[in-house]
Write a protein that binds this ligand. Structure first.
Ligand code: MAN
Length: 217
């Protein structure tokens, strides 16, 4: 009896574990004629109770694994670019201090404008898809520019509504760079943002025609 009372003092996961072990022990004792199979309060034999609990535990386990599997399957259907090259960036963010605001890019998630004057954060769009668009810019002395040619553009859409305007959105233009860095953020049209970002992820030969490859560096 003391052992059962003890269970109540254990943290949840340990309690379940100990309970399951005790159940097995109890079943073994009953099956071997050492312990009497007295009906529990509910009037059913302890063997039945133990079987029910074991079934419930297994069912819970199946349910949580099924839901984890569903999430993984959904994730596999998402677009992570050619050769899944951007999958490893998922969940990572990079930010830029840009005067009035800090800007944050969370890969395959969202872009955010964070006020430094305490006006809170503004969602600038949620990730939708990859696109390829053509950049046409002169070379910059520090190399932190898009240059000319087809570039990967991550489309972030349907951000926070703009006063008297559309929902905010961001085009995130990528160029090959050794270090991951937001180079600049601009807002040529109200609430339509453009981030220019250097990342090693844009250096790989992604197998699409025109996308800059390592050889051109
Ligand atoms: C805030 C910022 C700006 C934006 C205006 C629109 O000040 O999000 O980038 O242009 O709202 O009202």
């Amino acid at each position: 009896m003391t052992v059962y009372n003890l269970e109540a003092y254990l943290p949840g996961f340990l309690r379940d574990y100990v309970h399951e072990r005790l159940n097995l022990l109890r079943v073994w004792l009953i099956e071997n004629g050492i312990l009497a199979d007295n009906p529990s309060k509910k009037g059913e034999s302890r063997l039945v109770t133990a079987a029910r609990e074991a079934f419930q535990a297994a069912t819970n386990d199946v349910n949580s694994k099924t839901s984890a599997l569903g999430e993984q399957q959904k994730d596999l259907e998402k677009d992570y670019g050619a050769d899944d090259i951007f999958r490893y960036l998922k969940g990572k963010c990079v930010s830029l201090d840009s005067g009035e605001y800090d800007y944050e890019l969370c890969w395959m998630d969202k872009t955010t404008q964070k006020s430094k004057k305490g006006h809170g954060n503004t969602n600038m769009g949620n990730f939708v898809e990859f696109a390829t668009e053509t950049a046409d810019e002169g070379e910059r002395a520090d190399g932190k520019g898009l240059g000319k040619g087809p570039r990967i553009v991550l489309k972030y859409d349907n951000g926070q509504g703009c006063w008297n305007g559309p929902n905010r959105r961001t085009d995130v233009w990528l160029a090959c760079a050794e270090t991951e860095e937001i180079w600049r953020v601009s807002e040529a049209e109200k609430c339509v943002y453009r981030m220019e970002v250097g990342t090693p992820a844009a250096c790989e030969d992604v197998g699409e025609p025109g996308v800059r490859t390592k050889d051109e560096l």
